[in-house]
Design a protein around this ligand. Structure first.
Ligand SMILES: Nc1ncnc2c1ncn2[C@@H]1O[C@H](COP(=O)(O)OP(=O)(O)OP(=O)(O)O)[C@@H](O)[C@H]1O
Ligand SMILES: [Mg+2]
Length: 512
């Protein structure tokens, strides 16, 4: 701090410089490294209503920088001090009575100790900007800065998305950045819930008066921009909101609104919306579109994470279910038989003395019981991981599977051996699909085709039954998708009523 000049030291000794500073219409302000105000000329006093006595030595952030721009302002200062360069900026200053002035700034660092910044108040020019750009270099500068600001805002959101921040944080940050870039008071990110309402999942309100809490449901039964986006999946704007219905609550007191769709995985997911008591800037709704795209990315990646967790949970549960079934089968089957063999052998031993003639029959029964127990154990082991599959490969294992089912099945199965995990995945997918066909489809027949298709193994299982398969009806179909995705593949099915069911899995051949 020692090399920072005090306001007194900075008093301009040179009378020419002093006169120039005080007579110019431009705002002239000098800041130290932390953003403390070292010089504040008359034009600054006029523009803000603060006297220099009130602000000298104070942090600009505490007086003239509006709260919603503080973060951007400190980013800007960091940038200046880190690089020694500065770029033109457009930003707001807050006046003493709370109003906002829009200022275009040029900046120049001063020997590493202070930042000289001169600005032009363009608030009035901005409000009738249309047509003013032609041949007006300052207006062009404003435009360039505006685009730069917009890109910075987009980059900040993109960084958040890339860091896998929680959706809540991203929605809130998008709302704040949109408010800053488009200079509006109220912004929101909503999700279309599917019951004719939109849920507020992120919002920003500069004046924080009469804000609706997150989670609020906004009805979509009116002509609002949100309702239009819900209907058309295209950006919408309303320049004179005269509605008086429920959605008016969101934009109570606002004149203009605009919204842009958030599309995730090809489907309309939600919208980014803004509302303003002023007329909205030109093309506000399409500028919203870029933010909406970032939200889409964030939602898609969050969705993928949630799906993955759910899928893992289902696999674990499927594993648990299988273990329980196994325990039950062992208990009711093989274990019961072994217990009865043990009993029979004990009776046989006791009979050796008293009734030796009965012994051969008793031993015979025990041996039969043992055979049955062994057969059951073999059966259970086959269900766990079919020995045939390991020993003879997919084709043979599927032939035996098909023979056991009460349905004619046409098989066309690749001959070559594949990685063990891939063979097991295909086997279980085909087994569940064919079991479903036998159980639910009322089909005359089914077909199974397993073939190479470039880098994937394509598995198609089709039946000519009643169709209408519904993953919500059980765990089998969902489990199929989980199995396919667990090896990096995909699974889809079509099952229109009356037209049979076809399941297609595409599994990468290079799994290990
Ligand atoms: N090939 C098919 N043809 C017609 N309907 C089907 C077919 N496959 C599945 N379905 C329907 O879809 C529902 C869901 O199938 P899914 O395999 O998920 O469950 P499930 O077979 O009933 O039980 P499990 O969880 O034991 O597999 C079934 O209950 C059935 O109504
Ligand atoms: Mg099933």
């Amino acid at each position: 701090m020692e090399d920072t000049p005090t306001p007194e030291e900075l008093e301009l000794g040179d009378s020419f410089a002093r006169i120039l500073t005080e007579t110019t219409q431009s705002l002239v302000c000098v800041l130290d490294r932390e953003g403390r105000i070292l010089l504040f000329n008359e034009a600054c006093e006029r523009a803000t209503g603060y006297s220099r006595n009130e602000v000298l030595g104070q942090l600009a952030q505490d007086f003239v920088i509006p709260s919603e721009e503080r973060e951007a302002f400190s980013d800007f200062l960091d940038f200046v001090w880190r690089t020694g360069t500065s770029s033109p900026q457009v930003g707001h200053w807050k006046t003493k009575d709370g109003a906002r002035r829009l200022i275009a700034w040029s900046n120049r660092p001063l020997d590493g100790t202070g930042l000289v910044t001169t600005g032009i108040d363009i608030t009035d020019r901005e409000s009738n900007r249309d047509g003013a750009l032609e041949g007006d270099p300052e207006a062009k500068l404003v435009e360039v800065s505006r685009v730069a600001n917009e890109h910075k805002a987009l980059r900040r959101v993109a960084t958040l998305v890339a860091s896998e921040a929680s959706p809540e944080r991203i929605f809130t940050s998008v709302s704040a950045e949109v408010a800053r870039v488009l200079q509006v008071n109220a912004t929101a990110v909503v999700r279309y819930v599917g019951d004719g309402t939109a849920e507020m999942v992120g919002r920003h309100n500069r004046d924080s008066s009469a804000v609706l809490p997150l989670g609020t449901r906004l009805p979509l039964d009116d002509g609002s921009a949100l309702a239009q986006v819900a209907r058309t999946a295209a950006p919408a704007r309303i320049d004179d909101w005269g509605g008086s219905t429920a959605a008016e609550r969101f934009r109570y007191g606002y004149r203009s609104t605009a919204a842009a769709p958030i599309v995730v995985g090809g489907a309309l997911w939600g919208a980014v919306a803004i509302a303003s008591e002023e007329a909205l800037p030109a093309e506000a709704e399409s500028r919203l579109g870029e933010f909406a795209e970032l939200v889409s990315l964030a939602v898609a990646s969050a969705q993928a994470r949630t799906d993955l967790i759910a899928s893992r949970a289902r696999l674990v549960k499927a594993g648990d279910d299988q273990r329980r079934r196994l325990e039950r089968n062992l208990h009711d089957g093989a274990q019961a038989r072994l217990v009865s063999v043990a009993l029979q052998l004990r009776v046989a031993r006791a009979s050796l003395q008293r009734n030796p003639d009965a012994v051969p029959k008793l031993l015979e029964d025990a041996a039969r019981e043992l055979d049955a127990g062994l057969a059951e154990l073999r059966e259970i082991a086959r269900g766990l991981h079919p020995a045939l599959l390991v020993d003879h490969g997919l084709r043979r294992a599927l032939e035996v599977l098909a023979e056991r089912l009460p349905l004619p099945i046409a098989l066309s199965v690749i001959e070559e051996r594949l990685p063990e995990l891939l063979e097991a995945t295909v086997y279980y997918i085909v087994a569940e699909a064919l079991t479903n066909a036998a159980k639910h489809a009322d089909a005359d027949g089914a077909s199974v085709t397993i073939a190479r298709d470039g880098a994937v193994l394509r598995c198609t299982i089709a039946d000519d039954g009643i169709g209408g398969a519904d993953p919500a009806g059980g765990t089998g179909l969902l489990g199929l998708r989980d199995r396919a995705e667990a090896v990096g593949g995909t699974l889809s099915f079509t099952s229109p009523p009356g037209q049979g069911t076809t399941i297609v899995a595409a599994l990468p051949l290079d799994v290990t």
